[in-house]
Design a protein around this ligand. Structure first.
Ligand code: KG4
Length: 365
């Protein structure tokens, strides 16, 4: 179980919410419990929130990576069963690390979609039961909204609205214009595979463990990104993405070798493949920023943990006078702290969910 409780001091953010186009918000300290179970991470976090001041009291993530690794991908039924097994221990640890009792919790924010239906059901039912027993409010949160809010968990000046967000994860590659905490417009998305899938599928072909993005990232560090010319698809077609051709091109390239690449060859394949993904993501993000005349970009989701992506975006953005924001790696991958803060934004607006809400496997923003 991974527990992150490094936030012991109160860090404070202030900005003009009216300027941000949000409704006037109510200021009152609240303890929000976040619950996340949309895929293969069982997570719970306790966030103290007061206006724009946040203190993360606990952030516990139990990853199922080892369970699914031998199958080369997430097995939905196993994921649901593992959430069932881990839900209460993860919750208990989140409360213990935060030093709070269930009765102290003011509201519960829980992921209701998108994700694996069986996995989501476990988290949502846990949240409903707790809200019923503790007599507190509850809100069903869109997991993607959580990824967009993750950057607000960081210390330092948060991005001012409006900003653009590139959400790159195992299931999503989407560009959004964000005008306020809950005012989000989709600008473009992948037509086939997500960037994370492109990483994971190539990693599988290369015989690397699941999920492979992080292994490609590491191997690419000693590789030549110019050795193989992998395609950059749909560069001149709007703001949508396509990564399925890149995956096929990787398979074609690998079929030219008489065995799985090793040593320098493996480093070079990883670096060249990764560079193609980073180039496409940057090209589309830059295009969206120009189209929307926006100077701030947040990059979030599991793939935003990629070291080459972070370096390339930071360097290229400077040339165009764009400020980039990345959540720390802990908040890029799935976690419940981002769900807690996204739920809090809804509580600020007086929004809550009823006990009859259901999960949604598909749930675009
Ligand atoms: O956001 P996330 O934890 O889960 C969802 O998909 O919602 O993202 C997981 C994805 C996986 O595809 C994983 O391979 C990728 O993020 N990933 C990375 C890196 N770390 C995680 N991809 C490239 N480089 C990384 N360092």
């Amino acid at each position: 179980m991974r527990s992150t409780s490094r936030y012991t001091s109160l860090f404070v953010y202030f900005f003009d919410t009216k300027q941000a186009g949000e409704e006037q918000v109510r200021s009152m300290s609240q303890l929000v419990l976040g619950i996340e179970s949309s895929c293969d991470e069982t997570a719970a976090a306790v966030l103290r929130a007061d206006g724009e001041a946040f203190e993360l009291l606990s952030n516990v993530v139990s990853s199922q990576v080892d369970l699914h690794a031998r199958y080369g991908g997430v097995v939905p039924e196993l994921a649901s069963r593992a959430h069932l097994q881990n839900g209460i221990p993860v919750l208990q640890e989140a409360l213990d690390v935060a030093g709070v009792a269930g009765s102290d919790i003011d509201g519960i924010a829980v992921t209701m979609g998108p994700g694996l239906v069986g996995a989501l059901l476990v988290g949502l039912q846990l949240a409903k039961s707790l809200a019923y027993v503790w007599g507190c409010k509850m809100i069903g949160v869109n997991h993607l909204e959580g990824h967009l809010q993750a950057v607000f968990l960081e210390e330092g000046e948060p991005p001012a609205y409006p900003f653009l967000a590139l959400l790159v994860s195992g299931g999503n590659t989407t560009l959004y214009r964000v005008d306020g905490h809950t005012q989000i417009t989709m600008l473009g998305s992948t037509r086939d595979d997500a960037a994370g899938e492109a990483f994971d599928k190539a990693a599988k072909m290369l015989g690397l463990p699941y999920p492979g993005g992080i292994y490609i990232d590491q191997l690419a560090q000693q590789g030549d990104p110019a050795r193989f010319a992998f395609p950059r698809a749909m560069l001149h077609k709007g703001l949508d993405f396509s990564f399925s051709g890149l995956k096929t091109s990787c398979r074609t390239q690998l079929s030219k070798f008489d065995k799985k690449p090793e040593g320098q060859l493996l480093h070079d394949v990883c670096a060249s493949y990764q560079e193609a993904i980073v180039d496409v993501l940057w090209h589309k993000a830059k295009k969206a920023l120009q189209q929307e005349q926006c100077e701030r970009l947040i990059v979030t989701g599991g793939v935003a943990a990629n070291s080459r992506l972070r370096a390339a975006f930071t360097e290229r953005a400077k040339e165009y006078g764009i400020t980039t924001y990345f959540p720390s790696k802990t908040f890029c991958t799935d976690n419940a702290a981002m769900i807690a803060i996204a739920g809090y934004r809804h509580f600020q607006r007086g929004e809550t969910s009823e006990f009859d809400i259901n999960v949604k496997g598909r749930m675009p923003l």
